[in-house]
Ligand binder design. Structure first.
Ligand code: 2HA
Ligand code: ZN
Length: 266
């Protein structure tokens, strides 16, 4: 019997997913089943692994994912908790294979765990970024308290304003999130409307804030996606702590921010 656990590179990547799931819980960003992760593992799998039999009948997708035919993803499970994904990623998530025409998916390993309610969003992000020729492998969604808090403040529901504010709290933020953040006005979680509004923001950004809900980051590496969110959260905390202490933080100047561009080759 084919056993994906013998594939070391695959298991290393699953290990990184579990590591990040643990951070999301420790950070307090993953109450109950909050947040979800998907990672494209296709490049790490051999043909026999890619051809594993389905564990359940195929599930149709609301929209065909034409760029994702034959791709295999690890996806956290619907209703599953990050703190348990950290301990047992295969009991709290599964590997899914997209049909060659992109119209459906099958669960192929290790247990028949149904994917996250945000699967439509995740797959649309992967499909969109592949269509743009980007080797996007990771979509990470989580609920950072400080960042969600900022999205309850109208003036911050503007990409330029929130990006400028968060960048100016610490130099690292300008360096680690060089494209700034996009803003998606409130939409019902798990809907295609939310997914489509998000891909419009991914034209220019790798990190998007969902109003009164959370944050979504895309990229090639799950640790780097986590780092981007972590750095934005740090900036948000500095800003909010200053406001709670009764002063408006000064922030770095435009010149100080601009000087980072040549210094770090941004
Ligand atoms: O998985 O975070 O957005 C639960 C959610 C939905
Ligand atoms: Zn969410």
């Amino acid at each position: 019997m084919m056993c994906i656990r013998k594939n070391e590179r695959l298991m290393d990547e699953i290990g990184r997913i579990a590591e990040v799931a643990g951070y999301l819980w420790e950070k307090g960003w993953a109450e109950r089943n909050g947040g979800n992760i998907s990672v494209d593992l296709t490049a790490l799998m051999g043909q026999e692994e890619k051809d594993l039999p389905a564990l359940a009948p195929a599930f149709p997708l609301q929209e065909p994912m034409r760029m994702l035919g034959g791709h295999i993803f690890y996806v956290t499970g619907t209703g599953k908790r990050m703190r348990y994904v950290a301990k047992d990623p295969f009991a709290n998530g599964s590997l899914i294979r997209i049909a060659p025409d992109g119209s459906s998916y099958e669960i192929i390993a290790e247990q028949p765990v149904r994917p996250t309610s945000e699967l439509p969003s995740h797959l649309l992000m992967h499909d969109f970024l592949r269509g743009k020729g980007r080797d996007n492998r990771v979509v990470l969604h989580t609920h950072p308290t400080d960042i969600i808090g900022l999205t309850h403040c109208k003036p911050f529901l503007d990409s330029r304003t929130i990006t400028r504010t968060l960048w100016s709290m610490i130099p690292e933020c300008r360096i680690i999130v060089p494209k700034g953040v996009g803003i998606v006005p409130y939409e019902i979680p798990g809907t295609m409307a939310l997914a489509h509004a998000t891909i419009r923001q991914l034209e220019e950004h790798d990190v998007v804030f969902w109003e009164k809900h959370g944050i979504l980051a895309v990229g090639e590496d799950i640790i780097e996606c986590f780092d981007a969110i972590d750095t934005l959260s740090k900036s948000a905390q500095i800003y909010l702590n200053a406001r709670m202490a009764g002063y408006e933080p000064e922030g770095m100047t435009d010149q100080q921010l601009d000087d980072l561009v040549p210094a770090f080759g941004l």
